[in-house]
Ligand binder design. Structure first.
Ligand code: 0X9
Ligand code: ZN
Length: 298
């Protein structure tokens, strides 16, 4: 039903979600949590046994339109958890996937501008709000621009955008708080932990670093791909108003990471589609390692 040799437009990804929900009704539930600024549905899929005891893992993918490897690998993860469901993989854990958090931006990169990053909010001079600057913790701080024509424009206020507002509402209506939230981006091969708003470490950063390194070590061991692990602001750059910081500070989710998938710059956002499967396997390794690493505590 889905092949992993090309990048797919939104309709294909949403069609695949419908297929997964229909084919695995006992473990997969699809939800529309809201609409984008241009009216496209924002879809999530929750995969797991209703009897799952452990708190879940949530993956948010595709906040940035041009980072095609993110929706592709997150869609692959759906197939891994369902079609390839095996006893050891993510046992007792519910995984929720938002494959395309910025559907308008994603579609725009297929039709008009391959390197579009923001959503498609119309402005008087320029379009688009950077959704990963629009979350409500330290909104408008470092690494954001007041200029709506810039790539890091955070919008007029926190959660001004229907895409982030719908996700916030979704998180707040969850009956059990997730154990982990992963925000999937590209590129650079990084596993980043808070804080992202400034070069400040969280009180539990040693545990964040330990689990981050377990994920990176597993990827290295299995696929010889190197991911750098560290504080987001120090390793990359300070950038306020991100999902990871919001999930940790406001939702009190302990394990929040931003994964910057491949590559390290040879192709950048234009990562050829032959990398979809290998990169997806890296994401699977990261998520399964995370699941095991936090199972003793969460
Ligand atoms: O700048 C971003 O939003 C992310 N990098 S990307 O190249 N994919 O745009 C990094 C976000 C890290 N998290 C925070 N700064 N909160
Ligand atoms: Zn990104």
């Amino acid at each position: 039903r889905m092949e992993w040799t090309t990048y797919h437009p939104l309709a294909d990804i949403y069609g695949y979600m419908d297929h997964v929900a229909a084919a695995y009704p006992s473990i997969a539930r699809e939800t529309v949590i809201g609409k984008s600024v241009e009216g496209r549905p924002l879809k999530t899929i929750t995969i797991g046994d209703p009897a799952d005891k452990k708190p879940g893992i949530v993956l948010v993918c595709g906040q940035h339109g041009r980072e095609w490897i993110s929706p592709a690998t997150c869609t692959y993860l759906m197939s891994y958890i369902t079609e390839g469901r095996r006893a050891s993989a993510l046992k007792d854990r519910t995984v929720t996937i938002v494959p395309v958090a910025n559907p308008d931006g994603y579609e725009y990169t297929f039709q008009y501008d391959r390197l579009w990053r923001k959503n498609r909010r119309k402005g008087p001079r320029c379009a688009g709000v950077d959704l990963n600057r629009n979350w409500g913790y330290k909104w408008g701080g470092k690494g954001t621009s007041r200029n709506m024509c810039q790539e890091t424009y955070p919008g007029t206020k926190a959660f001004s955008e229907p895409e982030t507002a719908a996700l916030k509402n979704y998180f707040e209506t969850l009956k059990t708080k997730p154990a982990a939230v992963l925000d999937i981006h590209s590129y650079g091969q990084y596993i980043l932990y808070p804080w992202g708003y400034d070069k400040v470490l969280s009180p539990d950063y040693k545990e964040m670093d330990r689990v981050g390194r377990l994920m990176a070590d597993k990827i290295k061991k299995e696929f010889q791909t190197e991911y750098s692990v560290g504080n987001s602001a120090i390793l990359l750059y300070p950038a306020a108003g991100g999902l990871d910081d919001y999930a940790k500070a406001k939702l009190r989710v302990k394990y929040t990471y931003t994964l910057e998938l491949g590559d390290t710059g040879k192709y950048g956002f234009n990562l050829p589609s032959r990398y979809i499967v290998p990169t997806s396997k890296e994401l699977v390794a990261a998520v399964t390692t995370l699941d095991e690493a936090i199972s003793t505590t969460q």
